[in-house]
Design a protein around this ligand. Structure first.
Ligand code: NAD
Ligand code: TYD
Length: 351
């Protein structure tokens, strides 16, 4: 059989991972792409139905915290590059169960780093460990300013602290063992296949079910929204052209206060559902704030723009419209992921 360059993508059954996987599988028929995922509540092979039969795709069900299993898989498949997305990713869950975040995000990343280092320590030529992280490691901005790659780390939630820790370990392995690595820190993603615990899909699902839209605090928190397919393109560029031991910030040049975003979402939902203007907005309910809630995130993405020529391809209005259309056309997907354990999570979080 012709040798195909083996690339390991972790967390490929999740939201961002499934888009990255699809992009790599279709752009690279000559790479053998492995998707390693534990299929937690957030992992869903339905996200990959259209690509699962491609000859360059292999799914491996495994947990990144399982040292023995991960070492065996590295020995067996000799992954030359790793794109590491597997993580516990939801801030609210990190507040109720912080240790789960340390386990997967810190220990799991360490297990992968060790397996990669041990496999290639004699010769790292053409090898790469690409770690996907978040802008939340930088903490909170005030009313002005942007996060650059030089901004100091200042995480405030157990989620962001666990991601910050994993970023530090990746850097430390680069300095200590000389593993080739890149890190990208991106802003809030939105788009197709996002699990309905995050703001946008949660609110789409609640509008469809005529349930309240729980806005935390006064809703004056700001996030910089990035369309997931634009993020996948950025990851593709960083993977190929990013410089060793560099960090790239990826953002949408697209800041929205939560309340303004929710109003835009409500307006688009009313239009698409042929409901009178104001129907969805009447579901907005201001609820108890999230503890340690970061006021504002905003990314300065000029480095990736100048060095690698990346920029977002859609406006927020366009991306949001595509996203809503996908959820409206995939109600079965929503029903599947919101049955069972989701109901218990929802009750605990919002009642
Ligand atoms: P997600 O929660 O949708 O998916 C995570 C995936 O990882 C799931 O498929 C899950 O099954 C898998 N996973 C979890 N624990 C695992 C384990 N122990 N072993 C193997 N697989 C495991 O997450 P996402 O939103 O797609 O985020 C992907 C990455 O991007 C994460 O590292 C996250 O921190 C980062 N990120 C996400 C956002 C965002 O807005 N979603 C923003 C910035 C950074
Ligand atoms: P979220 O999608 O959880 O992403 P992150 O916390 O990583 O930024 O939340 C986005 C913003 O929306 C954040 O300011 C918290 C807020 N939010 C609500 O107001 N209500 C909700 O039910 C959720 C899930 C989030």
């Amino acid at each position: 059989m012709k040798h195909r360059k083996p690339i390991l993508i972790t967390g490929g059954a999740g939201f961002i991972g499934s888009h990255v996987l699809r992009l790599f599988l279709t752009k690279y028929p000559n790479y053998q792409i492995f998707n390693l995922d534990a299929l937690t509540y957030a992992g869903n092979l339905e996200n990959l139905k259209d690509v699962e039969n491609l000859p360059n795709y292999t799914f491996l069900k495994a947990d990144i915290t399982n040292t023995k299993e991960i070492n065996n898989l590295f020995e067996l498949y000799k992954f030359e590059s790793v794109i590491h997305l597997a993580a516990e990713s939801h801030v609210d869950r990190s507040i109720s169960d912080p240790l789960a975040f340390v386990k997967t995000n810190v220990i799991g990343t360490m297990v992968l780093l060790n397996a990669f280092k041990n496999l290639w320590s004699q010769n790292f030529t053409n090898k790469l460990f690409y770690h996907i992280s978040t802008d939340e490691v930088y903490g909170s901005l005030g009313e002005t300013g942007l996060f650059t790659e030089m901004t100091s780390y200042d995480p405030n939630s157990p989620y962001s602290a666990s991601k910050a820790s994993s970023d530090h370990f990746v850097r430390a392995y680069g300095e200590t063992y000389n593993i080739p690595y890149v890190i990208s820190n991106c802003s809030n993603n939105y788009g197709e296949n996002q699990f309905p615990e995050k703001l946008i899909p949660l609110f789409i699902n609640n509008i469809l079910n005529n349930k309240p839209l729980p806005v935390y605090g006064d809703g004056n928190y700001t996030r910089d929204w990035l369309y997931v397919k634009d993020h996948a393109e950025a990851i593709y560029l960083v993977f190929h052209k990013g410089k060793n031991k560099q960090t790239y910030n990826i953002g949408g040049f697209n800041e929205w206060k939560n309340i303004d975003l929710v109003q835009l979402l409500c307006k688009q939902m009313d239009e698409k559902l042929n409901k009178p203007r104001g129907t969805s907005e009447s579901l907005i309910m201001f609820v108890k704030d999230r503890p340690g809630h970061d006021l504002r995130y905003a990314i300065d993405a000029s480095k990736i723009n100048k060095e690698l020529g990346w920029k977002p391809s859609v406006t927020f209005e366009q991306g949001l419209s595509k996203t809503i259309d996908w959820y409206l056309n995939n109600k079965g997907w929503l029903e599947n992921v919101t049955s069972g354990a989701y109901q218990n999570y929802y009750k605990k979080q919002y009642h």
